[in-house]
Design a protein around this ligand. Structure first.
Ligand code: COA
Length: 178
């Protein structure tokens, strides 16, 4: 059974591993190899940083929430996906008070297409339901991301685009609104 629960600091290693491994598999040929190689090389540092900052990272004074997907049939390391979310970050060109944002949503490669991503996204949407200001949910993803149909299946519509830099590489992102 797949269970979605709030992350705890003990999930740091599994979460960062999924983050790094899915970047490498999903973004090969999109993000420069040097950047992707660097991620794997710095894995230990990233785990320590994530643990140290766990439960304290904020966007404009609001805590970032982390959730994980657990497959309870797996012994040992059952974390197979995670998401982080909170208030919108894009002060420069949209009214941030109108949006919540999923900052990251990743499912480990061997567990993709089992409905885990949908469960994580639905959990976040349920948390946001009934919010006083009727905010919408925003998710940014690379324009060239091969998984964009996932957001479309969930009912997202592209409403924004922007250019970002990752280690000096210019990339376009699109913003799906739900
Ligand atoms: C994108 C991602 C989060 C989706 O999670 P997932 O658990 O594999 O997706 P689900 O099994 O919940 O799929 C939900 C629906 O989206 C569809 N879908 C998922 N990935 C898809 C893809 N790459 N292409 C087309 N459709 C896709 C599924 O077919 C499913 O449709 P259905 O409900 O009609 O059957 C996951 O595959 C992933 O982490 N990918 C690599 C990294 C990435 O791109 N993350 C997003 C960064 S912003």
């Amino acid at each position: 059974m797949i269970i979605i629960r709030k992350a705890v600091s003990g999930d740091a290693e599994a979460t960062i591993s999924i983050n790094i491994n899915t970047w490498i598999s999903a973004y090969k040929g999109i993000i420069n190899d040097d950047t992707l190689d660097g991620l794997a090389d710095n894995k230990e540092n990233r785990i320590e940083k994530f643990k140290a900052e766990f439960g304290t990272r904020e966007v404009r004074g609001n805590l970032i929430e982390y959730i994980v997907a657990i497959d309870d049939s797996i012994d040992g390391q059952p974390v197979i996906g995670f998401a982080s979310y909170g208030v919108s970050r894009d002060e420069s060109f949209l009214n941030v008070d109108d949006y919540f944002e999923i900052y990251a949503l990743y499912v480990s490669e061997e567990h993709q297409n089992r409905g885990v991503g949908r469960k994580l996204a639905t959990y976040v949407m349920d948390q946001m339901k009934g919010n006083e200001d009727d905010k919408r949910l925003l998710i940014w993803t690379l324009e060239k991301n091969r998984s964009r149909s996932f957001y479309e299946k969930l009912g997202g519509k592209v409403q924004f685009d922007k250019e970002i830099k990752i280690n000096g590489q210019s990339l376009n992102e699109v913003g799906y609104v739900f």
